[in-house]
Structures are given as structure tokens and as C-alpha cells.
Design a protein around this ligand. Structure first.
Ligand code: NAD
Ligand code: TDX
Length: 332
């Protein structure tokens, strides 16, 4: 049975990935998570105790990471500070976790001869014009435009350098925007859905024309598992499900689901440096590894997501007021 260490495994995507591994493999899992404000340990509670254990700790702690990595065959690194808006005013924790933490992981995995999969993001490639034909691929140049993306880009460079010069057995993936359960209310879809549940208006940055390429978190999980199972060491894989939509269009779908008019929205202060558009071409993952996303009916998934947040108010409610207060302080 494979032993997999999932760093950041109590976060939105990490916790969904743990559930996916429990459901689709016989791996035994250890989660290493610092349990920051973004963690959702509740998401792990229903998973069978015999298959998963949780260690609370920091990926930037070399002693702890060295011990844990040595006991596992594979490490999947989801641990990160992940919110762009926070990094604009306070990037220290992003450098500490995304850069220094990744350094600690690559060192430990190299010494232990452990396989590493590093979860990067599409944002390292910067942004695209709205009318640009070309989408991001594995060979797109790095052009991070935000402090968050810069730390993610730096982490990728560490992984690739350790692969080439230190013999690390690693793969990297760049995924687009995820939707699904257990995402913190600071992020776009949970924020708008919980605003609507509270009878408030959705909040669009700038003119709302910015485009993101949406993928269900379960499809992200199956893609990472496919890369672990069949990916080639040293390779990079873009993960995307052809789900481009403007923020304004998505808010329109949510408003319709709440029987509210399409213009029932507040346009608020834009994010400084706001990337205009992300769009990913996952041809390599589809053709070389045979990955096929399943949950691509966005209208159906948004409807299910609204139901999920309606049913899990006791989980998100404690974070809602403080999150909105922080947004209000920024005029958002
Ligand atoms: P998240 O913020 O929901 O979860 C991150 C998790 O990492 C949290 O549980 C947190 O407690 C943990 N963590 C933070 N610092 C840590 C540290 N120093 N040591 C150990 N654990 C720590 O983020 P997410 O949305 O689940 O993103 C997971 C990964 O996927 C990140 O690397 C992110 O860059 C990447 N990604 C996210 C998206 C998206 O749409 N959310 C898209 C592409 C890539
Ligand atoms: O209230 C809002 N109104 C709004 O218009 C919020 C919170 C966001 N937005 C916009 C900004 C973006 O164009 O919605 C879009 C999505 O915003 P976020 O949820 O903050 O995501 P994004 O900045 O695109 O980054 C996400 O995808 C890539 C994740 O948070 C990153 O961790 C991942 O790397």
C-alpha cells in the first residue's frame, strides 16, 4: 500500500484530494497542515481513521518535514498561502510558506529519495488578453504579476532546479480556478454565494469582465492522481477543463438561481494588478496520460455548490463577518 504525505491536506483542494484518494486508491495518507485560517479540518473528519492521520505542523519546519517525508513513498504539496488579495498587503507568510516551505520539502524529498508532486497554479504565466487565441501551455513563459503568483513561480523554479541538479523525482502541475466544497468564504464563488444566502449583493471587482477558467475540484484531484500514477518524472502538466467564464457571467448565473435580477450587483474597487484572463490548454495531460474531466456542466455544479453552502452554514458562518469586514476596509 502506498504511503502518501499530503501537505496542506486540510485546505480546500488538499482535503478534496484526500477524499479522492480514499475513494479511488488503497493508499494510506498522512496530512501535514499548519491549520491556518484557510484550513477546513472538518472536511477530513468523515474519512476513515485507519486510512488517514493528521499532523499539525509547518512545511517550513525541516526537522518535522525530514522525519515525515522519510516515512512516505510520495509527497503531494498543496500547502500554500493562496489568497491574492492578502498577498498584496502582507506577503511575508506567502514567502515563508510558498517559497521557504517548498525549499524545505524539496530538500527533504531529495534526501529521502521520495517522489514529490508539486501543485503550482496557472497564475505563474501572468494573464492573457480577452481576445487572445493562444492559451497557457506547459511551455508558456513565466510572467507572474502578483506577489502570490511570484512566490508560486519561485517555488516552481526550486522544484525544477532540484530535479535537474539534485536528482529529485518530481512533477509539477498548473491548474486553473477550482470550484467545489470547503473553499474559504474569502474566495470568489463562496463569497458571492454566501452574500446571496445572506440577502446581500454579489461584489464584482472593477468592471467584472475578468475571465477565469473553472474546473471542479474533483477533476483537479483526478488529474493530480493521474500524474502521480502515469506522469513522467521531471515533467510539467497543465490542468484545465475548458471552463472559461467572466466573473460577471458567473455572478449572473448565481443571481438567476436566487431569482434576483442580473444587475443586482455591486461593482467595487478593483484588485491592483488584477490579471485579466486565464485560459489553459490541457492537451498534454489529455493525450499523453488520457485524463478526461467529468464534472464540466458548470450550471449544474454551481447549483450543487449553492446547495452545499446552504447546507454547511455552521462551517462557513464563523469566518464570514471578519472576511467581509476586511473586504469593506479595502472598499471591496
Ligand atoms: P487553501 O488556502 O484553501 O489551503 C491551503 C492549506 O495549506 C490550508 O489548509 C493551510 O492551513 C495549509 N498551510 C498553509 N501554510 C502552511 C504551512 N506553512 N505548512 C503546512 N500547511 C500550510 O488553498 P487551496 O485553494 O486549497 O490551494 C491548494 C494549492 O493549490 C495551493 O498551492 C494553490 O496555490 C494551488 N492552486 C489553487 C487553485 C484554486 O483555485 N484554489 C488553483 C490552482 C492552484
Ligand atoms: O469578491 C470578489 N469579487 C471579484 O470580482 C472576489 C473575492 C474576487 N473577484 C474576482 C477576482 C478574480 O478575477 O474573481 C476572480 C477570482 O478571484 P479569487 O477567488 O480570489 O481567485 P484568483 O485570484 O483567480 O486565484 C485563484 O485561482 C488560482 C486561487 O485563489 C489561487 O490560489 C489559485 O492559484
Amino acid at each position: 500500500m502506498e504511503r502518501v504525505l499530503v501537505t496542506g491536506g486540510a485546505g480546500f483542494i488538499g482535503a478534496n484530494f484526500c477524499r479522492f484518494l480514499i475513494d479511488h486508491t488503497d493508499a494510506s495518507l498522512t496530512v501535514l497542515d499548519k491549520m491556518t485560517y484557510a484550513a477546513a479540518p472538518e472536511a477530513l473528519a468523515p474519512l476513515p481513521a485507519g486510512r488517514i492521520s493528521v499532523v499539525v505542523g509547518d512545511i517550513a519546519d525541516p526537522d518535522l518535514v525530514g522525519r515525515l517525508v522519510g516515512d512516505h513513498d510520495t509527497v503531494v504539496n498543496f500547502a500554500a498561502e493562496s489568497h491574492n488579495d492578502t498577498a498584496l498587503s502582507d506577503a511575508g507568510s506567502f514567502v515563508a510558506t510558498n517559497l521557504v516551505g517548498t525549499y524545505v520539502l524539496v530538500e527533504a524529498a531529495t534526501r529521502a529519495g521520495c517522489r514529490l508532486h508539486h501543485v503550482s497554479t496557472d497564475e505563474v504565466y501572468g494573464d492573457l488578453a480577452l481576445d487572445e487565441q493562444q492559451r497557457f501551455t506547459e511551455s508558456s513563459p513565466y510572467r507572474p504579476s502578483s506577489p502570490y503568483a511570484a512566490t508560486k513561480a519561485g517555488a516552481d523554479h526550486l522544484v525544477r532546479a532540484w530535479v535537474r541538479s539534485r536528482g529529485l523525482r518530481a512533477t509539477i502541475s498548473h491548474c486553473s480556478n477550482n470550484l467545489g466544497p470547503w473553499q474559504h468564504v474569502e474566495k470568489f464563488l463562496p463569497r458571492q454565494i454566501t452574500n446571496l444566502l445572506d440577502g446581500r449583493r454579489p461584489r464584482l471587482y472593477g468592471d467584472g469582465r475578468h475571465v477565469r477558467d473553472w474546473i471542479h475540484v474533483e477533476d483537479h484531484s483526478s488529474a493530480v492522481w493521474t500524474i502521480l500514477d502515469r506522469g513522467r518524472i521531471g515533467e510539467t502538466y497543465v490542468i484545465g477543463a475548458d471552463g472559461e467564464h467572466s466573473n460577471r457571467d458567473l455572478v449572473g448565473v448565481l443571481l438567476a438561481a436566487f431569482d434576483r435580477p442580473p444587475d443586482d450587483v455591486d461593482f467595487v474597487a478593483d484588485r491592483p494588478g488584477h490579471d485579466l484572463r486565464y485560459a489553459l490548454d490541457a492537451t498534454k495531460l489529455r493525450t499523453e496520460l488520457g485524463w478526461i474531466p467529468q464534472r464540466t456542466d458548470l450550471a449544474r455544479e454551481l447549483s450543487a455548490l449553492i446547495d452545499w453552502y446552504r447546507d454547511h452554514e455552521s462551517w462557513w458562518r464563523p469566518a464570514k463577518a471578519a472576511t467581509e469586514a476586511a473586504y469593506a476596509a479595502r472598499g471591496q
